[in-house]
Each structure stands twice: as structure tokens, then as C-alpha cells.
Design a protein around this ligand. Structure first.
Ligand code: SF4
Length: 223
């Protein structure tokens, strides 16, 4: 495994890295398919530890059978488990999406709330899920930190944060709030396409001259 840099790059360099990422992925949006806030919320819960492509294969049938929070709230858990099985952690996820749907139906009249605190009070919804929903559905100023955002921002030397919250703070300090949601997508796409786990494609990376990790990799090769 390639160790993360132990020192942050200067703020000016970090800003330049983010500008390059923005130019590389100017139209970045979530890869999850959804038609409304409810579908987005369910898709994001299902996407934990699962690829967006797999979630997109699963949700059309799920939403055809359970198109509203009220319908999903009344679902038989075994049926939902069967439908979402391929997304992994299917027992926990089915429990959570049914409980979240029940919360939406009982407390919010079937609507997905647009406030972070309310979103995070729903079953199975943590800070990252709430951030994705806020940014994508409500154009909210929220930066979601997933495994790609965490890895790429570390490799770039933007953060030394040991928790997603700490990484989020370092990233949001470098950008205006209007770009927080997009920045998450820049880093996710770069992580999927170039700065891959476990092996980044540094020779093909537009950020290589500003990134400390190629030097770390070179030192590993020499030792
Ligand atoms: S140079 Fe390498 S480690 Fe740095 S961002 Fe690009 S792919 Fe990732």
C-alpha cells in the first residue's frame, strides 16, 4: 500500500490542484440514477460499500414496486431484502430504507427534508449520505467525503485528516461554498478514473507535477 504524504502541500498548491480537477470534470454529477429526492435518498443509502452501477441495476425494480415513502414504509422486509441483495449488507440496508421511508411518511408527509439535521435524523442516514442528498437534490452547500474523496485528497497532500469530517473541513476551507458539492464529484471521478485504489495512474495524471505521491512511489521503488 502506498503511504499518504505526511505533510500538507501549501494552500496555493492545493487550490491549484482543485482548479485543475474542476477543469478536468466540469460537468461532474452523481452517477446514481434517480427521478426525485426520495429515490436519491434510497439510492445513496444502498450505495454504501457498493458501486453506483450496481445500485442503478437494482433500483428500477425496487422503485417500480415501492414508488413512494408510504409504499416502502409498508413493505415486507424479506421482499426488499430479496430485491436489494446484490448491493451487499442487504439486511441492514433494507431495514434502514424501510425505517427511513417510515420516518418520511410519518414525520415529513412523504417529503425528503432539505435540512441537514432532519436528514441525519432518518434511519441509515449519516453525514455523508445527507451531504450527497443536500448537494444533489437541494443544491445545498455540502461536501460528501467517500472513500475516493478521502484517498485522493490525502494523496494530493490536501489533508492529513484521519476522519471524513476532518477531510471535509480541510477541503471546504479551500473552496467557496458554491463549489463544495461539485468538488466531491471531481475527487470521486478522479479517484475512479485515474487516482485509483490501490494503484494510482500517476504517469497519466494531469496533477502529477503538483502531487507529492509520485515522489513517495519513486522512493518506495528505490528502497
Ligand atoms: S499524481 Fe498520482 S497520486 Fe497524485 S492525484 Fe495523480 S494519480 Fe493520484
Amino acid at each position: 500500500m502506498i503511504p499518504f504524504p505526511k505533510k500538507k502541500v501549501p494552500r496555493r498548491v492545493a487550490r491549484e490542484q482543485l482548479e485543475i480537477l474542476e477543469s478536468l470534470y466540469p460537468h461532474a454529477v452523481t452517477a446514481l440514477n434517480y427521478r426525485n429526492e426520495f429515490e436519491l435518498l434510497v439510492a445513496v443509502i444502498l450505495s454504501a460499500q457498493c458501486t453506483d452501477a450496481r445500485v442503478n441495476m437494482t433500483t428500477p425494480a425496487l422503485f417500480a414496486r415501492y414508488p413512494t415513502p408510504q409504499k416502502l414504509a409498508a413493505a415486507d422486509q424479506a421482499d426488499v431484502e430479496q430485491m436489494i441483495k446484490s448491493c451487499g449488507f442487504f439486511r441492514m440496508k433494507s431495514r434502514n430504507i424501510i425505517a427511513a421511508a417510515r420516518d418520511l411518511a410519518d414525520r415529513y408527509g412523504g417529503r425528503v427534508p432539505s435540512e441537514r439535521e432532519e436528514l441525519e435524523s432518518l434511519a441509515g442516514v449519516g453525514r455523508k449520505t445527507a451531504s450527497v442528498v443536500l448537494a444533489a437534490a437541494f443544491k445545498g452547500e455540502a461536501l460528501a467525503v467517500d472513500t475516493h474523496v478521502f484517498r485522493v485528497s490525502h494523496r494530493l497532500g490536501i489533508t492529513l485528516g484521519t476522519t471524513p469530517r476532518h477531510v471535509e473541513q480541510d477541503l471546504t476551507a479551500l473552496l467557496p461554498p458554491s463549489k463544495w458539492g461539485d468538488a466531491s464529484h471531481w475527487l470521486i471521478l478522479h479517484g475512479r478514473q485515474v487516482c485509483k485504489a490501490p494503484t494510482p495512474r500517476c504517469p497519466q495524471c494531469a496533477l502529477r507535477s503538483l502531487c507529492p505521491t509520485p515522489k513517495i512511489i519513486a522512493r518506495m521503488g528505490r528502497s
